[in-house]
Design a protein around this ligand. Structure first.
Ligand code: KIV
Length: 328
């Protein structure tokens, strides 16, 4: 790094020493030490089955980037899910059906850098597992090999049983997802509670049983009556159920990060509980910052750097003859 000055009418190039140090010091955002190393014992499928057996609820939370992945790591979440809710909560799409595999991969890599100990499960985006089972294998392999996923999640019932069986047979653990299927909100005419009549409840149960038989290592139950959530949980032989709007008796619970943290104050599904008020904090922070910049109370002298009077006077005499602008 250098700049050109005129000293006594002569153009001189002044080079700064320790450029790398200067650049590092100027960064206001520096990675914390040691965040990428595993901070506890790795969560395995066997461990999840153990939790199910001893009746300890499994905690699953969505994450979409490095900081949310890291939060799952450091707060001992059991399963980190890179959910395709990513489409709406991070990317501003109006539906999960708009999310591409490449977008999912990009975010999965970021989450994987922060979330080491939790089992890392990634949603297969809409259309990435339906054309054929071989497409499903190819796309799931990309999520595992290029993204760092340890398992994939697939929405659907009896129609995805073959995909679950095939993925499991090539060594990719599959988490099934039955009940409300957000990827099918159009054909379902909205985001509606499922299994509310006997026939529909039976169909959710049959799907869950068939998916377990096909090898699913866990099953998400979304937006179904709590009695049905409890019943399915008891009927399954080994696969833990992870509920989201399926009552308190499933083997675990999952929530969408943004719902749980209250990053917005809009529509709240009945099953959502806000454990934080991030939107309130964001509003407060942005307003406070804007006001402080405008009234010049930010930055305060204590937030600014000084130069000794001696050096400042030397600087003034250096620039006295004028300073030439340089491109470099
Ligand atoms: O995409 C997602 O976040 C999910 C959870 C709601 C289970 O699938």
């Amino acid at each position: 790094m250098s700049t050109a000055l005129f000293m006594n009418g002569v153009r001189r190039r002044i080079a700064f020493k320790h450029d790398a140090t200067l650049i590092r010091r100027w960064m206001s955002v520096r990675p914390e030490e040691g965040v990428v190393s595993i901070s506890r014992k790795k969560v395995t499928i066997q461990h999840l089955q153990h939790l199910r057996k001893i009746g300890q609820p499994i905690t699953m939370l969505t994450a979409y980037d490095f900081p949310t992945g890291r939060a799952c790591e450091s707060h001992h979440i059991d399963i980190t899910l890179v959910g395709d809710s990513l489409a709406q909560v991070c990317l501003g799409y109006d539906s999960t059906t708009r999310l591409s595999l490449d977008e999912m991969l990009h975010h999965t890599r970021a989450v994987a850098r922060g979330s080491k100990a939790p089992l890392l499960v990634v949603d297969m985006p809409f259309g990435s597992y339906s054309p054929s089972t071989e497409d499903a294998v190819r796309n799931a392999v990309r999520l595992v090999r290029d993204g760092g996923a340890e398992g994939v999640k697939i929405e659907g019932g009896l129609e995805v049983v073959d995909v679950v069986r095939r993925l499991t047979s090539v060594g990719i653990p599959v988490m099934a997802h039955v009940g409300l299927l957000p990827q099918r909100h159009t054909i379902l005419s909205g985001y509606k509670v499922q299994g509310r009549d006997a026939q529909s409840a039976l169909s959710v149960l049959q799907s869950a049983l068939a998916l377990e038989d096909a090898g699913a290592f866990a099953i998400v139950l979304e937006a179904i009556p709590q009695a049905l959530g409890t019943y399915i949980t008891r009927r399954l032989r080994y696969a833990p159920t992870i509920g989201i709007g399926a009552g308190s008796q499933t083997n675990g619970q999952v929530l969408v990060w943004d719902d749980m943290m209250g990053t917005w104050h809009g529509h709240k599904a009945k099953f959502v509980r806000r454990f934080g008020d991030v939107k309130g904090e964001v509003d407060k922070g942005v307003k406070g910052y804007m006001q402080a910049v405008r009234d010049r109370s930010f930055p305060a002298p204590a937030e600014s750097y000084d130069i000794t009077p001696d050096e400042w006077n030397k600087f003034l005499s250096l620039v006295e003859g004028g300073v030439e602008r340089t491109d470099a």
